[in-house]
Design a protein around this ligand. Structure first.
Ligand SMILES: Cc1cc2nc3c(=O)[nH]c(=O)nc-3n(C[C@H](O)[C@H](O)[C@H](O)COP(=O)(O)OP(=O)(O)OC[C@H]3O[C@@H](n4cnc5c(N)ncnc54)[C@H](O)[C@@H]3O)c2cc1C
Length: 408
């Protein structure tokens, strides 16, 4: 008799696929369910930056998770490349944070250093944003550096960019090779291990079911007799991809399939809510956010914002700055949008929720702005609990139970 644990994973974004991968590696028999890219799914719309940007010291649970996700991401992506035999576009040249005025730049410096560089940006950590490393080690005052032209952009040398869509394709390729069955259909509800699809129910009863359906997770849970106590909130974000005028749309696909070890001219910049990655001559502008569904900035507005940012940072944007206008006029602009979900406290839900009629469902959702960066660590947590039994963490920051008191 085959005694392998059977697990259904609902959702084919980065979280569902990361969970499916961990479970296969741990020896479970996995079935993956969900449409490949329901309109509004976050992963294929996302920019792809993994950053250490934020608080200086990892003094909140989420920030600690973000840093540990970032620290292990490169190795995780390499594992996917190795197992799938598919190269992923990855840029390891660091990310610039651009201060568009000296006031803006001062605010960034204030946030990053809190006037006292330490924690993850400690002088010995190797993560010190440039160009401060030299100045601080030499004992110079920050003020002198802030005033100089050179210091209008910070560079986080350890940050990276990868192509989230290519990552999904590579994981799925490996899952298929590992005999994972994929049902490309929407799930309506789960009842005692039975998964009900729009077209009928799957014949098999699963030992465990993981819901990783992004913003739609709340619907599936509630139809199954479970609820996320704090609820889910959504924000829409957009990404636009522009190709060089001479390349045309077909070049976008070609370039996103290409392995991109960091090349001359490749670049990632963030400024406020906007980020730009120029990889192999393709420009990708992302993260323009609106609070409500249906109120996303127009494609032109996203492109215009990208152009404005590029124009403001000629030093960092180098030879690409002049061509942005031409890029905007060219046909090869592919806009897309996705929904970021968050919980009330902006921390994810990673663990299980009880079902009204007994039993439980596993949930991995609400990763908000750092979902690409922490999907693999969340997946390891859920997989370890499914395979080895839940650890006692009923009030832990990532458990859904943390909301119970605040919602009474
Ligand atoms: C514009 C934008 C830029 C971003 N940039 C970054 C970034 O630079 N770095 C970063 O770390 N994060 C970024 N994020 C956040 C990140 O993209 C998300 O946190 C992450 O992709 C969430 O992954 P997910 O798998 O939970 O959800 P999704 O990618 O939304 O996947 C949900 C999946 O569930 C499936 N599904 C939906 N309903 C059902 C159903 N009923 N039954 C079965 N399946 C269903 C969908 O088809 C989809 O495959 C960005 C997000 C956006 C929108």
């Amino acid at each position: 008799m085959n005694s392998r644990k059977t697990v259904a994973v609902v959702g084919r974004g980065i979280v569902g696929l990361a969970v499916a991968r961990e479970l296969v590696l741990a020896g479970a028999r996995v079935t993956l369910i969900g449409p490949q890219n329901r309109r509004g799914s976050a992963t294929r719309a996302a920019q792809g930056i993994s950053s250490t940007k934020g608080l200086v010291v990892g003094n909140t649970p989420f920030f600690r998770e973000k840093i540990s996700g970032h620290a292990g991401l490169s190795a995780w992506l390499e594992g996917i490349e190795r197992d799938s035999g598919q190269s992923l576009p990855i840029h390891r040249g660091g990310v610039w944070e651009s201060g568009t005025t000296s006031q803006h730049y001062r605010e960034i410096v204030d946030r990053v250093f809190r006037r006292e560089p330490r924690g993850i940006f400690g002088a010995d950590s190797g993560l010190m944003p440039e160009p401060f490393t030299g100045a601080l080690r030499a004992g110079s005052s920050l003020t002198g550096v802030v005033e100089s032209d050179l210091a209008r952009d910070l560079r986080y040398p350890g940050d990276l960019w990868f192509d989230p869509g290519a990552c999904l394709d590579a994981i799925e390729k490996w899952l298929i090779k590992s005999y994972v069955t994929i049902f490309p259909e929407e799930v309506l509800a789960v009842e005692r291990g039975r998964v009900h699809l729009v077209s009928g129910s799957l014949p098999e009863t699963f030992d465990e079911v993981v819901i990783a359906a992004g913003p739609w997770s709340a619907e599936v849970l509630s139809a199954s007799g479970a609820a996320l106590p704090g609820g889910l909130f959504v924000e829409v974000g957009g990404t636009g991809i522009l190709s060089r005028p001479k390349d045309g749309p077909s070049a976008i696909k070609e370039s996103s399939n290409r392995s991109s070890q960091t090349r001359q001219g490749d670049l990632c910049v963030v400024s406020g809510k906007l980020s730009i990655a120029v990889i192999s001559g393709t420009l990708r502008a992302g993260s323009t956010t609106n609070p409500e569904l249906g109120r996303l900035a127009s494609d032109e507005a996203i492109a215009r914002e990208a152009g404005d940012l590029a124009a403001q940072i000629p030093g960092a944007f180098g030879r690409h700055a002049g061509s942005v206008d031409k890029m905007l006029k060219h046909q090869g602009y592919l806009p897309t949008w996705g929904v970021r979900v968050r919980t009330r406290d902006r921390m994810p839900v990673v663990g299980s929720v009880p079902l009204a009629g007994g039993g439980r469902l596993w949930v991995a959702t609400a990763f908000y702005k750092n979902g690409l960066q922490i999907a693999h660590t969340a997946a390891k947590t859920i997989c370890s609990e499914i395979m080895n039994g839940p650890v006692a963490r009923s009030r832990s920051p990532f458990s859904s139970a943390r909301f119970v008191e605040s919602t009474k």
